[in-house]
Design a protein around this ligand. Structure first.
Ligand SMILES: Cc1cc2nc3c(=O)[nH]c(=O)nc-3n(C[C@H](O)[C@H](O)[C@H](O)COP(=O)(O)OP(=O)(O)OC[C@H]3O[C@@H](n4cnc5c(N)ncnc54)[C@H](O)[C@@H]3O)c2cc1C
Length: 273
């Protein structure tokens, strides 16, 4: 849609151009959400897609994903075969209720910064214990775990003038084993619950519940939990954790998340034995 409050679009070509992010300015990445509804408080857009950031950078130590990497680029990435956790990327990209056209334009950074419960790529990065590099005003940088970045539906830890530059995943986490389950009320409906499991090479285990919850919730265990322990942990989560919208009631979401988490755990255990 036309954003008729926008007076100016600045195309950033180097970091200094991001100084235009003041007042009523907002970052423009793929624009798939920004252009999908009125943005009455935005007067200027600063386009970050011409900054020339390589979509994916692989080193021995880590995977770096540029904020401007598209969901399609992440979905089809060819990564080192020992990085078994990369299988979560296509699963997460395809969990979004979006056409291929949207996936080719929407960015990973945009998905993270929206902080939506249905942000499946955000959830996968949380499940893999990723860290964000955030560029601030005056050349100041900071890093924050993705797990701490989202505060609630559509609320993230981003200060005025800040831009998410990249997302970082350690090689050790990329070598972990993963499992994935999703459910929606309708075959092509928005996800009611998405559960992702991670079994680390040192034996630790994390189960991340998303879509059903206000923000991705990570349940960490020193060793693989028993099914009973996992169920008790999920049932013990505070009532306010569970999300309520037309795609599922909190009670249904808690129930199906418990079932999906059990399946995820069974998958992680099966691979180990
Ligand atoms: C048909 C359709 C279906 C969709 N389905 C889903 C879905 O199932 N789940 C879901 O989560 N989303 C969904 N979306 C919303 C959106 O398309 C995706 O979340 C997408 O990943 C957003 O990326 P983008 O690059 O288009 O972001 P934009 O629309 O460009 O930006 C989104 C927001 O993030 C900010 N932003 C973007 N990048 C940065 C950055 N690097 N630093 C700081 N701020 C930044 C922008 O200022 C804006 O506030 C859907 C959208 C459509 C149109």
């Amino acid at each position: 849609m036309d954003l008729d409050t926008v007076r100016e679009v600045v195309v950033a070509r180097e970091r200094a151009d991001l100084a235009a992010l003041t007042g009523d300015a907002a970052v423009l990445a793929g624009g798939t959400w920004l252009y999908s509804e009125p943005q009455e408080r935005i007067g200027r857009l600063v386009d970050i897609t011409m900054l020339g950031w390589p979509a994916l950078t692989v080193t021995d130590a880590e995977l770096e994903i540029a904020a401007t990497c598209t969901l399609d680029e992440l979905d089809t990435a060819v990564l080192p075969p020992e990085w078994s956790a990369a299988e979560l990327f296509p699963q997460a990209c395809r969990a979004l209720l979006a056409s291929h056209k949207i996936r080719r334009t929407a960015t990973v950074g945009g998905n993270v910064c929206l902080g939506l419960p249905a942000g499946a790529v955000l959830a996968a990065l949380t499940a893999l214990d990723a860290t964000l590099l955030i560029w601030g005003e005056g050349g100041r940088d900071r890093r924050i775990p993705v797990a701490h970045f989202v505060l609630g539906p559509g609320r993230v830890e981003l200060r005025p003038g800040e831009v998410v530059r990249s997302i970082h995943l350690t090689s050790a986490k990329m070598r972990s084993r993963t499992a994935f389950r999703k459910i929606a009320l309708a075959p092509l409906g928005r996800s009611g619950s998405v559960v992702m499991g991670r079994a680390d090479i040192d034996g630790r285990c994390a189960i991340t519940v998303s879509a059903a919850t206000m923000r991705p919730v990570v349940l960490e265990f020193a060793d693989m939990p028993t099914p009973g322990e996992l169920t008790a942990t999920i049932m013990g989560l505070a009532r306010e954790v569970w999300y309520d919208d037309p795609h599922g009631t909190p009670a249904w979401r808690r129930h199906v998340s418990t079932v999906l988490a059990g399946d995820v755990l069974a998958d992680l255990r099966e691979v180990r034995s």
